[in-house]
Design a protein around this ligand. Structure first.
Ligand code: 9MJ
Length: 677
C-alpha cells in the first residue's frame, strides 16, 4: 500500500471510530455528545472519502447500514444455541408456583437456603432476534423462527441505528451470539401510522406487527425508514471471554460491548418483590416509551439456571408474567351518536360486555364519522376492543367474518339524536356537529358540567348525573341558573337528602370566589383550554378590557391564533352569551385583580411547566398562580414540548414520562429556591 493510501486508511479509521462513538452516545446512552449538524458533517466527510477510495470501504463502516441491495429471499440460519421461548404466568399464583418449583428443586440439590434472586425485565412486545458478532463485527442477524433456525434478516437489522455494527472495546470477543427484541417505540409507531394514513397506506395494527413486518422486508431501504429500536437481553454461543456467573452480570457485560439494554431491569429477591415490581411496572406501563406485555423473571445465578435446565420449549428458570390483555373480541350490539359540549357527534359502539385491560367494558368509542367509515363497523360485527390504562376503550377493527350477511352501513345522522337540530360538517374538521347550541339538551348538560368541573368553577358534588336531573327537571338551563338553586329544590331530586343538598348549595356559594382565568375557561369557548384562558386573563386583567375595544387585538396574546381569537370574539358578540356572563356576575361571581396581574419576565417566561405529586409548601392552585406570575405556561400533561416538570411527594407517571423524554425535573424545594428568591 502506498504511503498516501495508508494515510487515507488511517483518516478513515479515525472518522469511523469518531462516528461510532457518537452513535453509541446518541443511541445507547441517549446522551448526545455533538450537535446533529456536526454529526452530519462527519458522516458526509466519511462518505466522500469512501466514495473516492471504494477499495477501503469496510462492512462495519457507519455508511454501510443501508448499503446492501435487496435480497431475493430470506436464507435460513441455524442458531448456534437454540432460542427458547418462555412459559407464561397469567395469575399471581402461577408466579408463586414457579418460585416454589425452583426453590424445592434447588433445596433437594442442597443449593438454596434463602429466597431466590431474580432479574426482572420488562417483556417487550416486538420481534425476537439473534445477532452474531464475529471478531467484534456484526456478521449475521436472524429471526427466532422455530427456535433452532430462523430467517436471515442481516440486511434489515443493520439499518437499525441502535444496533452497533462493531462492538466496543479494544479486544472484542471472537464470537458472540446475542439475543434481543426489535421493537417500534410508541411515538414512532404513532408517527408512522399517521403518515401511512396520509399516504393512503394501511396502518399497522400494533407496534408488535410493525416491528415484525418491518424486519420481513426484502429491501433494506424500506426497513431503514421504519423507526425501529432494539434491547438485548441474553446470550447464546460465545468464545473469547469468561461468562459472568449471574444474569445481571451478562446484562452489564452486553452493555459494556455497546449493546443497548432495557434501562428498567432490576434485581428482585423473593416472590413478593417480584409481585411488587410487576405491580409497579403495570402502573408505569402507559408512560413507558415502548410497549410491554408483561414482566420476565429470570433466576439470576447462572449455576442455578443450569441446575434447573430447560424443557425442549422453554427454560425452567424463567417465566413471563403477563399483564391482563388490552385487546379482546366482542360483538357490537348497536351504534349510537353521542353529543358533546361543543356539539361534536361521537359514534359509540354498544357492546356485549367484555373483560379487557382489567375492567368490564360495554361501550367503546369510534372517535368520529371518518373513523367509523374507515373501520366500517356495523351492528352484529365481531370487533377487537382495546382498553389501555385509563384511556377510553376504542374499537380497533372488525374481524373479517365468513358470513356475507352483515348489518347495514351506519350513516351520519342528518339530525341531532338529542335535539333534532341539523348536523353539519365543517370542511377540514373531523367532527360533525349539531348546530343546536344550548337548545340541545346534550350540549347544555355537558357545558354545565364543564362549568362546574374541577379546573373551572370547581363545584364539588355537582356531577354529570345530578346535572342531568337538573336539566331534565328544567331547574337549570345554563350555568348562571346554578346560582339560583335552593336546598328545597335540590332535596326533591332522586338520591338527594337534605344534608347533601345543603352541602351542594354551600359548595355553589364557595365557587363564587374564583379567578379570571378559571372563569374564562369555565365559559367553554371553543378551543379555549385552561392554558389559553390563563394567558388571556393575564393579558387583559379585566373582563371589561376583554369584552371592550382592546379585545379586538386578541392575536397579541401569546399562543392565540386567528381561529381561537375569532371563537372568543364570536362568543362575546352573541347577546345570549353576554346575558349569561352578566347574570353570573350579578349572582356574585368575583375574583380579585391581584390574581391576574401581568406576569413578570423571569427565567420561566414562555416555558411550559408541569406540576406533579403533592406539594408541601402551597396548594396546586397557588403553585399554578405563582408560575403564571413568572410568565410560565402550566399544562397538565408531559409531552415533548414541556420544558420543566416540578415534582412534589409521591410523583406519578408524569415524572417517569418526563424522565423518559429527557425533560428537566426539579423538586418543589429546588424550584422555590431557584425561582422564588
Ligand atoms: C422480552 N421479550 O423482552 C426474553 N424478553 O429470555 C426478555 N424475552 C427471553 N427476555 C429468554 N426480556 C427467552 C426470551
Amino acid at each position: 500500500m502506498t504511503e498516501g493510501l495508508n494515510h487515507i486508511k488511517k483518516e478513515l479509521e479515525i472518522l469511523r471510530n469518531s462516528i461510532l462513538e457518537h452513535d453509541y452516545a446518541y443511541y445507547v446512552l441517549a446522551d448526545p455528545t455533538i450537535p446533529d449538524a456536526e454529526y452530519d458533517r462527519l458522516l458526509q466527510k466519511l462518505k466522500k472519502l469512501e466514495g473516492e477510495n471504494p477499495q477501503l470501504v469496510t462492512e462495519d463502516s457507519p455508511t454501510q447500514r443501508v448499503g446492501i441491495s435487496p435480497v431475493e429471499e430470506f436464507a435460513e440460519i441455524n442458531h448456534l444455541v437454540p432460542m427458547l421461548s418462555l412459559d407464561n404466568a397469567f395469575h399471581e399464583q402461577d408466579l408463586i408456583n414457579f418460585d416454589t418449583r425452583i426453590t424445592e428443586r434447588l433445596q433437594k440439590l442442597g443449593k438454596v437456603k434463602e429466597n431466590i434472586e431474580y432479574v426482572a425485565e420488562p417483556k417487550l412486545d416486538g420481534a425476537a432476534v439473534s445477532l452474531r458478532y464475529i471478531d467484534g463485527s456484526l456478521a449475521l442477524a436472524a429471526t427466532r423462527g422455530n427456535g433452532n433456525s430462523g430467517e436471515d434478516i442481516t440486511h434489515n437489522v443493520r439499518t437499525i441505528a441502535s444496533v452497533p455494527l462493531r462492538l466496543r472495546g479494544e479486544n472484542p470477543p471472537k464470537l458472540l451470539e446475542v439475543r434481543g427484541e426489535v421493537f417500534m417505540p410508541k411515538d414512532g409507531f404513532i408517527r408512522y401510522n399517521k403518515l401511512a394514513l396520509l399516504n393512503g397506506e394501511k396502518p399497522f395494527m400494533n407496534p408488535r406487527n410493525a416491528a415484525a413486518g418491518s424486519l420481513r422486508q426484502l429491501d433494506p431501504s424500506v426497513t431503514a425508514n421504519r423507526p425501529l429500536e432494539i434491547f438485548f437481553y441474553g446470550m447464546g454461543q460465545f468464545d473469547g471471554f469468561e461468562r459472568p456467573d449471574t444474569h445481571s452480570g451478562v446484562l452489564e457485560l452486553l452493555y459494556s460491548f455497546g449493546l443497548k439494554i432495557c434501562p428498567d431491569w432490576q434485581i428482585v429477591v423473593s416472590v413478593s418483590d417480584c409481585l411488587k415490581y410487576y405491580n409497579f411496572m403495570e402502573k408505569k406501563r402507559e408512560s413507558l416509551p415502548y410497549e410491554i406485555d408483561g414482566i420476565v423473571f429470570k433466576t439470576n445465578s447462572i449455576l442455578k439456571q443450569e441446575l434447573m435446565g430447560s424443557s425442549s420449549r422453554a427454560p425452567r428458570w424463567a417465566i413471563a408474567h403477563k399483564f391482563p390483555a388490552q385487546e379482546e373480541l366482542t360483538i357490537v350490539e348497536s351504534i349510537d351518536f353521542q353529543v358533546g359540549r361543543t356539539g361534536a357527534l361521537t359514534p359509540v359502539a354498544r357492546l356485549k360486555p367484555v373483560f379487557v385491560g382489567g375492567a368490564n367494558v360495554s361501550n367503546a368509542t369510534l372517535h368520529n364519522i371518518d373513523e367509523l367509515v374507515r373501520k366500517d363497523v356495523r351492528i352484529g360485527d365481531t370487533v377487537i376492543i382495546r382498553r389501555a390504562g385509563d384511556v377510553i376503550p376504542e374499537v380497533v377493527k372488525i374481524v373479517k367474518q365468513s358470513s356475507t350477511k352483515r348489518g347495514k352501513k351506519i350513516d351520519l345522522p342528518k339530525r341531532c339524536p338529542i335535539c333534532k337540530s341539523e348536523v353539519v360538517r365543517i370542511e377540514g374538521e373531523a367532527a360533525a356537529r349539531c348546530v343546536g347550541g344550548l337548545i340541545c339538551d346534550a350540549q347544555r348538560k355537558e357545558s354545565i358540567y364543564h362549568f362546574s368541573s374541577r379546573n373551572a368553577l370547581d363545584i364539588e358534588g355537582l356531577g354529570i348525573k345530578l346535572i342531568q336531573q337538573l336539566v331534565d327537571n328544567k331547574l337549570v338551563n345554563n350555568p348562571a341558573d346554578i346560582y339560583q338553586l335552593t336546598v328545597e329544590q335540590l332535596s326533591k331530586l332522586e338520591r338527594m337528602g337534605k344534608k347533601s343538598a345543603e352541602n351542594i348549595v354551600k359548595n355553589i356559594e364557595k365557587s363564587k370566589a374564583t379567578s379570571f382565568g378559571r372563569f374564562l375557561y369555565a365559559l367553554g369557548i371553543r378551543e379555549v383550554g385552561e392554558v389559553t384562558a390563563q394567558s388571556i386573563a393575564a393579558h387583559y386583567e379585566t373582563l371589561e378590557n376583554l369584552m371592550g375595544e382592546e379585545g379586538k387585538d386578541l392575536c397579541e396574546v401569546p399562543d392565540i391564533g386567528p381561529i381561537v381569537a375569532k371563537n372568543i370574539q364570536d362568543f362575546f358578540a352573541n347577546p345570549r352569551n353576554q346575558k349569561m356572563v352578566y347574570k353570573l356576575l350579578d349572582a356574585g361571581i368575583h375574583w380579585s385583580k391581584s390574581r391576574s396581574i401581568k406576569p413578570k419576565r423571569t427565567e420561566l417566561t414562555g416555558k411550559t411547566v408541569v406540576l406533579t405529586g403533592s406539594l408541601s409548601s402551597m396548594t396546586r392552585d397557588e403553585a399554578k398562580q405563582n408560575l403564571h406570575q413568572m410568565g410560565a405556561k402550566v399544562t397538565n400533561n408531559v409531552s415533548k414540548s414541556s420544558d420543566l416538570v416540578i415534582v412534589g411527594d409521591n410523583p406519578g407517571s408524569k415524572a417517569e414520562k418526563a424522565k423518559n423524554l429527557g425533560i428537566k425535573i426539579i423538586s418543589e424545594s429546588a424550584w422555590l429556591d431557584l425561582f422564588n428568591k
